[in-house]
Design a protein around this ligand. Sequence first.
Ligand code: NCD
Length: 310
Amino acid sequence: MALRHLMSPLDLSVEETNRLLDLAVDIEHNRDKYAHRCDGKKIATLFYEPSTRTRLSFEAAMMNLGGKALGFHDASTSSVSKGETVADTIRLVSCYADICAMRHPKEGAPLVASMYSTIPVINAGDGGHQHPTQTLTDMLTIRSLKGRLENLTIGLCGDLKFGRTVHSLIESMSRYKNIRFVLISPEELRVPSYVTEEMKEKGIPYKEVIALNEETMKDLDVLYMTRVQKERFFNEEDYVRMKDFYILDAAKMAVAPKDMIVMHPLPRVNEIAPEVDKDPRAAYFKQVQYGVYARMALILTLLGLDKEDK
Ligand code: NCD
């Protein structure tokens, strides 16, 4: 089987994405069938940037498949602190593990790793760029809870500039029929122009608004909230000015559509008030569970173990 990596959600065709999501659903309903699919396999999680969910989710995914996990979650305790390059690190990790998930503050670092790797490399978030496995998670959540990936109006709210989950989700959902985006952000945190240019090229309808109110939410099937990405700001002052720009609370939910689901890649800071957690439309904790199934399906796909007879 040819070596495959996942840098961007577009590395998977629409057909492959749908197949992967079908596999994730099968995993959800038949956990036992997959419990030994990766016996003897190892995933290396190389996290040069903080993470709770994504790293644990990859490790849990591999363990659920019968495999094991190794890696580091603090670059300062690895040889990186001695000056080792990503290229060298991946060369040796290729000798220890069968597949690798890498998170890095620099855009493109996992891509560099993939060029020197002899095992599949998964981009687990590179700077403000892409986060394809969060997108698979998000798509599985949307498809499971809304029943479709077509004919949807998706609102994305918060830090659309630095939010890599937003960029990946827009790119991937833009390939489905009749998708519209409502981009809700302060002027300073609008989506990068390369993302809007792509939407224009593909003829995807979108509008950019500032207020998160009844008028903005009225047609939404999904409201995707995001954290203001503190670590990507150049100065504290700008961050402080932006951080509480949006707070989704019970009062806002009261004027939102009855069937609008609320998603968030987590961690949340103040952008969703805890009182919203008990609203049946709050989907962000379910999203975490879907993330494990999506990553299990991805690991199987990249290792060529997605078919029973292999
Ligand atoms: C996101 C990320 O790392 O980009 N988190 C995650 O992977 N679940 C979102 C964020 O950090 O705000």
